[in-house]
Write a protein that binds this ligand. Structure first.
Ligand SMILES: NC(=O)c1ccc[n+]([C@@H]2O[C@H](COP(=O)([O-])OP(=O)(O)OC[C@H]3O[C@@H](n4cnc5c(N)ncnc54)[C@H](O)[C@@H]3O)[C@@H](O)[C@H]2O)c1
Length: 248
């Protein structure tokens, strides 16, 4: 059986260190290199695949380096806006064999939660997203909440639904939270939490709640390892693990 060499960028971080352990424990994978802030990425320790969990400011630069080296990349770092995705797509056109997966959430249950929310979206007048994370997270809303809002917003638009009803005219403290793709999003930061999300759908006389909880970062590892095994079969840019799992 051939061995896939994997390097990890952001290897000293909470997610990166968990990925290193998961790669070392996985059959057919070999941990080739660990890179963190300030390290010279060079030839990425000869990796076939890189897993990138760093910080939003650094991720695009790190991924560009990998693509230029002809190495496939599995990206978990959040904060990829439209501009950065467009730049990456253009760069991948210069390297047609290289695959990059950017997934806002590698937990299988979170991928299912997003798919279920997308399916429910057209049937409800109201929807709000509450995402809850540990207080050391630097960006809000979470990538999962932003992606869920994008999917739900697109499904509502497709179904011709109006904006979510909301009579608020005074909100000096910002108590109604933010909006992503027209969907209200509330970000909770609480010591003790890892990564959690609720999508609330409301209609006169009923409510549907879709909730997912990651209690431990190991919950992301089956998705990361599956992505490492499959990214080489998917040249170009893929956004969302659902496309590798047949859920999309
Ligand atoms: N997609 C998912 O399923 C998922 C799950 C959890 C977290 N995340 C995201 O993953 C990212 C990392 O989360 P974390 O909790 O591990 O953060 P963390 O702060 O624990 O780790 C980030 C690591 O990146 C390193 N780093 C900073 N700048 C760097 C650079 N220029 N090059 C290389 N490494 C650099 C830091 O030193 C640190 O070790 C965040 O964006 C977070 O939102 C995604």
């Amino acid at each position: 059986m051939s061995v896939t060499k994997v390097s990890v960028i952001g290897a000293s971080g909470r997610m990166g260190s968990e990925v290193c352990r998961a790669v070392e424990a996985a059959q057919g994978l070999e941990l080739a290199g660990r890179f963190d802030m300030g390290d010279d990425l060079g030839d990425l320790a000869g990796a076939d695949v890189v897993v990138e969990f760093s910080v939003p400011d650094a991720s695009a630069i790190n991924v560009a380096h990998c693509v230029d080296q002809g190495v496939h990349v599995v990206v978990g770092t959040t904060g990829w806006g439209e501009d950065k995705l467009a730049d990456l797509t253009a760069r991948l056109e210069q390297h047609p064999g290289v695959g990059v997966l950017i997934a806002p959430n590698f937990a299988i249950g979170a991928v299912l939660m997003m798919a279920f929310a997308q399916k429910a979206a057209e049937f409800y007048e109201s929807v709000e997203i509450i995402e809850l994370h540990h207080p050391d997270k630097v960006d809000a809303p979470s990538g999962t909440a932003a992606r869920t809002a994008e999917l739900v917003g697109a499904a509502r638009a497709q179904a011709g639904l109006a904006d979510v009803p909301d009579a608020t005219t005074s909100d000096p403290e910002g108590a109604r939270g933010g909006r992503a793709h027209g969907i209200p999003v509330h970000s909770v930061r609480l010591r003790g939490l890892v990564a959690h999300q609720e999508v609330l759908f409301g209609q006169t006389g009923e409510m549907l709640t879709i909730r997912h909880d990651s209690f431990d970062r190991v919950s992301f590892m089956p998705g990361v390892i599956a992505a490492v095994r499959k990214v080489g079969e998917h040249p170009g840019l893929t956004v969302g693990l659902e496309h590798y799992l047949g859920i999309a």
